[in-house]
Design a protein around this ligand. Structure first.
Ligand code: ATP
Ligand code: MG
Length: 568
């Protein structure tokens, strides 16, 4: 196996047709709805870091606004103080900006706590809500099933004045958590389970990261989300398919609230699921808390900050999202497609360099001692403007252990006694022998070079089958290289219910190689910079890296299993 030096690029971009969300928006514009105004929002709950699934939501929320001269606001859905934190708020802002999107305003659902509370009181007064003293479990028991109507709460017909008094006392802190809830009084026999007197407020006695101890009651998602959209003037409220069944309730509350024709329109699309990946924030938090990964930005995590650290680019992530598109059908995307998009982008932009991950010494016995030549290396064959850099060549080199074989089969076009191979950007050499230690490990390989074959010289076009990379032993730096593999061994880890999270993990998802060699050109590489280590893969400088102690993450290998699959 002699890997190609570069992966092929894809040519002309295909023009795609409108997705169903764009079609809805264009129709609404054509019909003159909302006076042609387009406003969307991205509504994360600040209870964890953003993952690649959120990137899919971000691309459509911000993308629609961009495409139709609208605005997309960022709204933190901070209605559950026990799980939320400013750490997450800050990280979410950073990740959205890194992905390349700009919000109009930043809002918080907690900005609307006063308005929502007032609306709840109004519903109580109008007989649309009541205080229930049953436990959440009891309420769940009475819900019935889609085919069996629910049972009404014994508190359902309490007089409005009594409900109002109790609700105020709930908020004053007179009752313990779980003692009471406020429920919307809708229809316990509705075919839509969400209409069966949903809980709209619960008691939480925990300081909120923005409102402190002001509130002892907090609205539920269904009582906060649609109203927040309405207060802000959202025209298109785009979310994932699991909220489709909530849409009638979303509309129900807005209809009770609205004073004119305006009403935000909820549109649902299929959420992103990826093979070999767990996406839920709850699971990701568990991975972090139980120490299975080194934080939210561990390069094996499907978080935006994890991918960033690993070396994925915003362009690659956006291109991936664009490729998978938006539909009404749930499914699971092959993670190889994401890797393919990363490779495609890095192929265009990453500077080609040489690094030897598992070094063995190669001595060119007929090359003068003390001589050093600067060999020219093309920075990026995909981009003429990227220029060149030089790489020192001398008598003693490092090559990859796997590029030498003592008894090689006929098709081994690398270093083996008696055969010729080209040293990339340098000379053709012929292997003449090797040395082993007492354990049988090869310690040195010997070769002779042909001075006429220097790359770029007129007589240099003599062909040999294989080309390998190398580094000058006295002109290179040491580096640590971190190789990542899938975090989970199973293709659909979320489907496996009889194993713990720890049991689902791939024990070999991280391999650290301490003693790699890299060319001097990389000595000042900065965290976040991308390179192609020729014949090995794409690598990115890790934030742990320091001059003299460089650390590289393998972003993705060169081989493209996705492309192979497509060409079958
Ligand atoms: P998780 O289920 O991972 O905890 P969530 O839905 O609770 O995620 P939120 O912060 O509430 O996370 O989500 C913000 C927005 O991102 C929502 O509109 C949600 O629909 C969307 N979103 C979350 N996960 C995905 C996904 N896998 N694919 C597409 N959109 C997603
Ligand atoms: Mg959520």
């Amino acid at each position: 196996m002699n890997e190609a030096f570069d992966t092929p690029t894809e040519t002309a971009e295909e023009k795609r047709s409108l997705n169903f969300i764009e079609q809805i928006v264009e129709n609404d514009l054509k019909e003159g709805k909302n006076d042609g105004r387009i406003q969307t929002r991205f509504p994360p709950e600040p209870n964890g870091y953003l993952h690649i699934g959120h990137a899919k939501a971000i691309c459509i929320d911000f993308g629609i606004a961009q495409q139709y001269n609208g605005v997309c606001n960022l709204r933190f859905d901070d209605t559950n103080p026990t799980k939320e934190d400013v750490e997450y708020v800050d990280a979410i802002r950073q990740d959205i900006e890194w992905l390349g999107f700009h919000w109009g305003n930043i809002y918080y659902a907690s900005d609307y706590f006063d308005k929502l509370y007032a609306f709840a009181e109004k519903l109580i007064m109008e007989g649309h809500a009541y205080v229930d003293e049953q436990s959440a479990d009891k309420i769940a028991e009475q819900k019935g099933s889609p085919t069996v109507p629910g049972k009404e709460s014994p508190y359902r017909n309490r007089p409005a004045a009594e409900n109002l008094d109790l609700f105020r006392r709930m908020n004053a802190g007179e009752f313990e958590e779980g003692a009471m809830t406020l429920r919307a009084k809708i229809d316990m026999a509705s075919s839509n389970m969400h209409f069966r007197d949903p809980i709209i407020y619960r008691i939480i006695k925990y300081p909120h990261h923005r409102t402190g101890n002001k509130w002892n009651v907090y609205p539920m998602y269904d009582f906060a989300h649609g109203q927040s959209d309405y207060f802000e003037g959202v025209t298109h409220s785009i979310c994932t398919l699991e909220f489709e069944v909530h849409r009638p309730l979303y509309n129900y509350f807005i209809d009770l609230l609205k004073t004119d024709e305006y009403r935000p329109r909820q549109i649902e699309f299929n959420r992103l699921n990826l093979t070999y990946t767990m996406m839920s924030k709850r699971k990701l938090l568990q991975l972090v808390k139980e120490g299975h990964v080194n934080g939210w930005d561990d390069p094996r995590m499907p978080t935006i900050c994890g991918y960033r650290r690993r070396g994925y680019t915003p362009e690659a992530i956006r291109s991936f999202i664009d490729k998978i598109g938006y539909t009404k059908y749930d499914g699971t995307i092959d993670v190889a497609l994401l890797e393919h998009a990363v490779r495609e982008d890095l192929n265009e932009h990453a500077t080609r360099v040489s690094a030897v991950l598992h070094p063995v010494k190669l001595i060119i016995t007929n090359y003068p001692e003390g001589k050093v030549e600067e060999m020219e290396a093309v920075n990026n064959p995909e981009d003429e403007t990227a220029g060149i850099h030089t790489i020192p060549f001398s008598r003693e080199l490092w090559i990859e252990q796997e590029d030498f074989m003592e008894d090689a089969p006929g098709k081994f076009f690398r270093m083996t006694p008696g055969r010729e191979v080209r040293l990339k950007n340098a000379y053709i050499v012929k292997c003449t022998g090797f040395q082993k230690d007492e354990n049988g490990n090869v310690t040195e390989v010997y070769a002779e070079y042909d001075p006429e074959t220097r790359t770029g010289l007129p007589g240099s076009n003599r062909k040999v089958k294989g080309t390998i990379h190398w580094l000058s032993a006295n002109h290179c730096e040491k580096a640590e290289v971190r190789l990542y593999d899938r975090l989970f061994t199973d293709e659909n880890p979320s489907d496996i219910k009889d194993k713990t999270l720890a049991e689902l993990l791939n024990p070999d998802s991280l391999q650290i190689i301490k003693d790699c060699r890299i060319e001097p050109f990389l000595a000042n590489a900065k965290p976040g910079e991308h390179f192609q280590f020729q014949r090995t893969g794409y690598f990115t400088v890790d934030p742990d890296s320091k001059p003299g102690a460089l650390v590289f993450n393998r972003t993705v290998s060169l081989k493209d299993s996705w492309k192979k699959e497509q060409n079958k």
